[in-house]
Unconditional design. Sequence first.
Length: 232
Amino acid sequence: MTILVFALIGWFAGWLLNRLSDYLPRFSVTEKPKPVTTRSYAPAVWEFVASKQPLKRSWLLLDAGVEVFSALFFALMWSQLEATTALLFALCGYFFFLLIAIIDVKYRLVLNVLTYPAIVVLLVLNLVTLPQQTSNILLGGAMAFGIFFLTAWLRPGELGGGDVKLATLIGVAFGFPQMLLALLVGAGIGGVVVIFLLVSRKAGWKSQIAYAPFLCLGAMFLLLSHSVLILG
C-alpha cells in the first residue's frame, strides 16, 4: 500500500514537473518560442490519449513519459530506501535535475533562476555540514567551471553559459573527485546519443543538441549510486 501511495506522489511530482517546465522559462531574459501545445490541468497521459493533433501529441508524449517514469521512480526509491534521509535527498535531487533537463529539451534553456540559487545553497550547505570536505567541494566547483568554460571558449556554439553553470553546480554538489564521474557519465551518454543521431542522419555535424539533459543524467546516476544527494 505504501508503495502505491509513493507511486501516486511520484505521478503528482511528474505532473508538477511538467507545469514548472512550461512556467519557469517566462523568467528567462532570452526570448524563446514556446512548444506548440495547448495544456489543460489534466494529467499528460490522459491528454495524450485524448488528443488527435500530431504536433500536440509529440509534446504530450514527453510529458506523459515524465509522469509515468516519476511514479515508477518514487515507488522504486521507497522500496529501496524507505523513510530515510537518503530517500528525501534522492527524490529532491531527481526532481531538480529532471526539471532542468526537461526545460532544456523543450526550450534550449538552462535557467539562471534555478542554477544560481542552487549553487549558493548547495555550496553553503556543504561547507557548513561537511567542513572537512571544504577543499574537495571548492576544487570540484572550480574544476567543473574551468573545464566547461574553457571548452565553451575554445569551441563556441557547442556549449552555452547555462551548461557551464550547470557543470559548476554539479561540481559544488558532489565535490572532487566524485563530480568527475558525474561529468564523465553525462559526456559518455551524450556522445553515444550524438553518434546515433549522426549515423541515423537525424542530425548533422552543425546541429545544436541540448547538452544539459546529459549532465543531469550523470548527476542523477551519481546521486542514485550513492542513494543520497549532497549531505550523504
